[in-house]
Design a protein around this ligand. Structure first.
Ligand code: UDX
Length: 434
């Protein structure tokens, strides 16, 4: 199959490289010349484990190309994926669909022969109808079908998620389009990943419902963590105790500083706007958004509490800045409001992140960047683990203690045990461990 991928950002690149790896002929398109030039030189502009190698191997095999020329890529394609950004619109929190609609207009001009136009971008329910209308209006003669095929990729594990998905959701009533989609995903289908065919609007809502549900699970356990902390219980064991119930499931019950990233915050917000537009307020999602927003700054109070409220003028060392490990993505990272709140309380902040320091400069001010955890701990009165990078899981506490003014660890990801830290002579504060 010949595939055109419109948008060579995170989703477009991962999907394009994986489809090429299945043996399809893929052309990734972008408007950003420097990005296309870099990709043509074998440089992948984002950090994602395994992606550089996958791109290189498939480009070398001639199955993966990068171009600025959208029309040429679309003309020869059996399937055109729209994988452009849908950021939160400033002011109202709705998803900004201007990139999607611009892409639809450009695709319309170029379609040639029966073409499946697939929205891969996360788009509110009804967007597929609008994409169809735009193309039909520009090209009443064209043979095409618009399909919704949401992605469920996690950053840091995106290739694994693409190649071993829990399910593939295809929203379309068009038989020919369903055949093309089945052919595209055949290697996964043969690996027994279920393909679920459904209506287009249903597929669009599945994506938002999935993300909102996962965000709800996290937020629920975070509130239980706060209660456990006050009531003298351990949220880790509560999560295990409820997660072993198959109806609940053990995943996404890890208490922490609140969810971040490029998807959950933006998608929960967009979903509740959609709910309001349909006069169906989604009160649970509204609560999730509010609770999660408040939580990030509340984490700074936890640090202050660990220092008995005496934080003004003190140095706090922050380990991990990105919203989660194995990514350089700083979007909506809990570290941003946390560090701002620590600074508002009068603390000086030193920070270290294995991959995200360069990206973080845009979001953080007046932070002293360090080359590793030990340099970061120098002169600090508290060490705060914000992102659970593997390299923070076996820290040398004797060395840290020697570097710090006071041995205090605030572990916002619960990667250590309180008794373990007590043995090392550290005061320890986790999340939800009363
Ligand atoms: C998410 C969805 O998982 C994915 O299916 C969707 O396509 C895009 O959004 P991603 O944003 O890459 O993926 O990260 P994910 O691993 O889901 O984590 C999101 C946030 O939740 C992170 O800030 C993470 O630290 C937090 N989280 C996750 C928790 O605090 N506790 C958990 O138990 C799980």
């Amino acid at each position: 199959m010949r595939v055109a991928m419109i948008g060579s950002g995170y989703v477009g690149l991962v999907s394009g490289a994986c489809f090429a790896d299945f043996g399809h002929e893929v052309t990734c398109v972008d408007k950003d010349k420097s990005k296309i030039d870099a990709l043509n030189n074998g440089q992948v502009p984002i950090y994602e484990p395994g992606l550089t190698e996958l791109v290189a191997a498939n480009a070398k095999a001639g199955r993966l190309k990068f171009t600025l020329d959208l029309a040429a890529a679309v003309k020869q394609a059996d399937a055109v994926f729209i994988a452009v950004g849908t950021p939160s619109r400033r002011g109202d929190g709705h998803a900004d669909l201007s990139f999607v609609y611009d892409a639809a207009k450009e695709i319309a001009v170029a379609v040639d022969g029966f073409t499946v136009v697939v929205t891969k971008s996360t788009v509110p329910v009804g967007t597929g109808d609008e994409v169809e209308r735009i193309i039909r209006e520009a090209r009443p003669d064209a043979a095409f079908a618009v399909v919704s095929n949401p992605e469920f990729l996690r950053e840091g594990a995106a290739i694994q998620d693409f190649k071993h998905p829990d399910r593939i959701v295809v929203g379309s009533d068009d038989d020919k389009a369903r055949e093309v989609m089945t052919e595209l995903y055949r290697p996964l289908y043969l690996n027994r990943s279920p393909i679920m065919f459904t209506g287009r609007r249903t597929a669009e809502l599945i994506k938002y419902a999935a993300n909102a549900f996962l965000a709800t699970k996290i937020t629920f356990i975070n509130e239980i963590a706060d209660l456990a902390e006050k009531a003298g219980a351990d949220v880790q064991e509560i999560a295990r105790g409820i997660g072993l119930d198959n109806r609940i499931g053990s995943k996404f019950l890890h208490a922490g500083p609140g969810y971040g990233g490029s998807c959950f915050p933006k998608d929960t917000l967009a979903l509740l706007k959609t709910g309001q537009d349909h006069e169906t307020p989604l009160r649970i999602v509204e609560a999730v958004v509010a609770v999660n927003d408040a939580r990030k700054r509340a984490m700074a109070r936890k640090v202050s509490h660990a220092l008995n409220g005496d934080i003004r003028g003190k140095t706090v060392a922050v380990l991990g800045l990105t919203f989660k490990p194995n990514t350089d993505d700083m979007r909506e990272a809990p570290s941003i409001p946390l560090i701002a709140a620590l600074q508002d309380m009068g603390a000086q902040v030193r920070a270290y992140d294995p991959v995200g320091m360069e990206q973080s400069r845009e979001f953080l001010k007046n932070v002293t960047y360090c080359k590793d955890a030990y340099e970061c701990a120098q002169g600090a009165s508290a060490l705060v683990i914000v992102t659970e990078w593997e390299q923070f899981r076996a820290l040398d506490f004797a060395r840290l203690k020697g570097a710090m003014v006071k041995p205090v660890l605030v572990d916002l990801r619960n990667i250590y045990r309180p008794d373990e830290l007590a043995r090392h002579g550290f005061a320890y504060e986790g999340v939800g461990r009363g």
